[in-house]
Design a binder for this molecule. Structure first.
Ligand SMILES: [Zn+2]
Length: 309
């Protein structure tokens, strides 16, 4: 869905009016709107939320609350069926990369470490650390396991993708944006495994199809460092006590910032709201000063963080 610019939103409203052929005034997107024509006549054009216009803060509040309910109710469910991935260990044994004995030892070591330190280590990471598997071999195995390409991150130019995702999601999701050629598609590199929920959220926020791939761990870490050092859109963080508080906060933010567009998505236990302060001049990712982000959880953030990866 293309970003609706201010002008686009107005044209859309006018078009909708013409299509209905009766109402003289823009139509509030809140189905329970009770605003009379007199107030609509003095109407505002922004803010816009998910391409829809609401006539008042009250109606905007209803739109936000219903979007939040949609997200809580499985809005992050990835629609397309993805092939089931083969367990890493079995695949490596099958390919002759490790022996069944090495697999058994690694699984045992993984389990012991988790018991003793509470630290969860992926099997691939474990095999890499213990020298059983080389980094290129692990990268190839992950690429086969997730049925996705290996992306090279050397050289890496973070400036052109600086607004693709908040740093927080890059860190928590083990992902960095790679390139967005022509503003037509967004390449995203993951380390350790693809997070389909994050990938899908990126598609919904940026409006670009996302091509996900695996990157070598060392390249990934170097690229992520560069990504973190690049000027990013401002981001706020919120631990909301309840969904009601979150809906209210989002509505207030939208009403205060009067964005030309705003979108809400969920990635596991995180809610990501992006506001566009102005419309896009060109297709693709926005400029760093054109957008701002809110990242929020409902309830305990500690538990939420564990769930992301
Ligand atoms: Zn209304």
């Amino acid at each position: 869905m293309p970003l609706v610019t201010h002008r686009g939103a107005v044209a859309g409203v006018a078009g909708a009016m013409a299509a209905r052929g009766q109402s003289l005034f823009p139509h509030c997107a809140n189905p329970r709107c009770s605003t009379g024509w007199m107030r609509l006549w003095r109407s505002r054009r922004v803010p816009s939320f998910e391409g829809r216009w609401a006539c008042s803060p009250e109606c905007m509040g209803e739109l936000v609350a219903s979007a939040l309910r949609r997200e809580m109710d499985g809005g992050d469910a990835v629609p397309a069926p993805y092939p089931h991935r083969v367990p890493m260990g079995l695949m490596l044994v099958d390919q002759g990369k490790i022996t069944p004995v090495e697999l058994h030892a690694a699984l045992e070591g993984q389990r012991r470490t988790e018991e003793e330190t509470g630290e969860t280590i992926r099997l691939g990471e474990w095999l890499l650390r213990s020298g059983v598997l080389s980094e290129p071999a692990l990268t190839r195995a992950l690429s086969a396991q997730w049925n996705c390409p290996v992306f090279s991150l050397d050289p890496y130019r973070p400036a052109e993708v600086a607004t693709a995702m908040p740093r927080f999601l890059s860190e928590a999701g083990g992902a960095v944006p790679v390139r967005a050629p022509g503003g037509q598609i967004l390449y995203v590199a993951f380390s350790g495994g693809i997070d389909r929920s994050l990938s899908y959220a990126l598609e919904r926020i940026t409006g670009l199809p996302v091509a996900a791939g695996i990157a070598r761990d060392s390249e990934f870490r170097a690229a992520q460092e560069q990504f973190f050092a690049t000027a990013a859109p401002p981001a706020r963080y919120l631990e909301a006590a309840s969904s009601w508080v979150l809906a209210r906060t989002i509505t207030k933010l939208i009403e205060a910032a009067k964005p030309v567009e705003a979108r809400l998505v969920r990635i596991h236990d995180y809610y990501w709201l992006r506001l566009w302060r102005r419309g896009a001049d060109q297709p693709g990712l926005p400029a760093a000063d054109a957008v701002e982000d809110l990242l929020a959880t409902i309830g305990s953030p500690g538990r939420a963080r564990q769930n992301l990866k």
